[in-house]
Write a protein of this length. Structure first.
Length: 435
């Protein structure tokens, strides 16, 4: 996986990808005019995604050594993972004089409290929020916020250490859990913050602070887009569906089924927010809650990167994965995606989960996955998470309430067919557990 190229009349561009993995390499292989690009692995996935010991200065030094030892021109540096990759890209790109957004604009998105402060100045579509002082012996909710609320570090992986609390007892338990675990990511985040020009209120709290936000409900939806010197542009709206009665994702689905006027509002708010944050040039995705009765919107999270979870969705429906925008921006080019040129009219990324702990005794083999992909039409990929012998509670990067067993990518002609095909896959996936 060191390099991918097809010979052409012109010299291909050398594009370095932090944590390039096989699944995303497949997506990059689907880009039009593939012969224009030569993709190179920059640091291993295991070093960057849910590492047990995150040493950011050491990772940056290793990445720089790899780049400097490359015998050729470095044309682009990019990545699609969350922190630390999302912060490493602008740092490394700046060192090598390559296109990227300013580090400060990325950190305005990455630091959840800083991002809320920016939203407060730019838009109305956000919940009430405040800081929780973990240094206190008995931390208290921020004044003026109502229960239920979410407690979370200002930086974490996925939904790790994010807790919904309904009373003072749950608040105290969540605060203690966050206090115990916040340093794992927070220390490395402090290293990044130390490289940026920060406002005093962010410098004072650093990267190991705790944020409280009033819980807002409704339908979850994500906006995908990119920004250039000309401004932000949204190219897709994706619906998110949870398991009933939980905050755990069941599937992402594209295109959105929301009313046109709601999607128009999502586009307007997203573009205004990204322009105000100064995040350019960059891909982005913004997660929202939408109240189905009032159409009220609330920003859940702003990510200064594309969502790799959506790449197959765009390929199935539009004909090209969203990785095309990321690659074009990294090369300093004007991005663009086709619309409606894919094989399917609707697509979903499904998350098969288990809501109880267990010891993994059997997982689907490569032969099982190949057979199921043939037997169930529209099945694009199945990505299994645990290995035999794993205890689910030891898996990294899980949310606080469930354990992800596999991601299943499916395309279909309509909603009913999409759901039927997923159920067919689930019925024959051979997972076994000891309680």
């Amino acid at each position: 996986m060191e390099g991918v190229a097809i010979s052409t009349e012109t010299t291909p561009k050398n594009v370095f990808v932090l944590g390039l993995d096989e699944l995303n390499l497949q997506s990059l292989h689907e880009l039009p005019h593939l012969s224009r690009y030569r993709f190179h692995l920059l640091l291993r996935v295991d070093d960057l995604v849910n590492p047990t010991d995150l040493d950011l200065p050491e990772l940056l030094e290793r990445a720089q050594r790899e780049l400097e030892s490359f015998d050729g021109r470095i044309d682009a540096i990019m990545g699609y993972w969350d922190f630390p990759v999302s912060s490493m890209v602008p740092i490394l790109a700046h060192r090598f004089g390559l296109p990227s957004p300013p580090l400060e604009s990325v950190l305005k998105c990455e630091h959840k409290y800083w991002c809320r402060l920016e939203q407060q100045q730019l838009i109305d579509e956000h919940p009430g929020f405040g800081l929780v002082d973990l240094a206190e012996h008995d931390p208290r909710p921020p004044e003026g916020l109502r229960m239920p609320m979410w407690l979370k570090p200002v930086k974490s992986f996925s939904s790790d250490l994010a807790y919904k609390v309904h009373d003072e007892r749950e608040f105290a338990e969540a605060a203690q859990a966050i206090r115990d675990g916040i340093g794992h990511i927070g220390k490395a985040f402090d290293d990044v913050l130390g490289l940026a020009d920060l406002p005093k209120e962010i410098a004072d709290i650093g990267g190991q602070a705790c944020l409280a936000e009033e819980a807002v409900g409704g339908q979850q939806v994500t906006v995908e887009g990119y920004s250039t010197s000309e401004g932000a542009h949204v190219y897709g709206v994706i619906d998110s569906h949870n398991y009933d009665g939980t905050s755990s994702f069941l599937r992402y689905q594209y295109p959105s089924k929301l009313p046109e006027q709601v999607q128009d509002k999502l586009v307007r708010v997203s573009e205004r927010l990204i322009d105000g944050l100064g995040l350019k040039p960059s891909t982005f995705n913004i997660e929202y809650f939408r109240d189905p009765e009032t159409d009220e919107l609330n920003v859940l999270e702003v990510n200064p990167r594309l969502s790799q979870s959506h790449d197959w969705l765009f390929e199935c429906v539009d004909g090209v994965p969203n990785h095309l925008c990321m690659t074009q921006l990294a090369l300093g080019e004007q991005p663009g995606l086709p619309r409606g040129e894919g094989e399917f009219r609707i697509a979903g990324k499904w998350f098969l989960r288990r809501f109880a702990d267990g010891l993994v005794r059997r997982v689907p083999s490569a032969q099982d996955i190949e057979r199921i992909s043939v037997e169930v039409p529209g099945t694009q990929a199945i990505d299994v998470v645990p290995r035999v012998g794993d205890r689910l509670s030891d898996l990294p990067g899980q949310d606080s309430y469930s354990y992800e067993l596999a991601s299943v990518f499916i395309g279909a002609d309509d909603q009913q067919q999409l759901e039927q095909r997923y159920q067919q896959v689930v019925d024959v996936l051979p997972f076994e557990f000891d309680e």
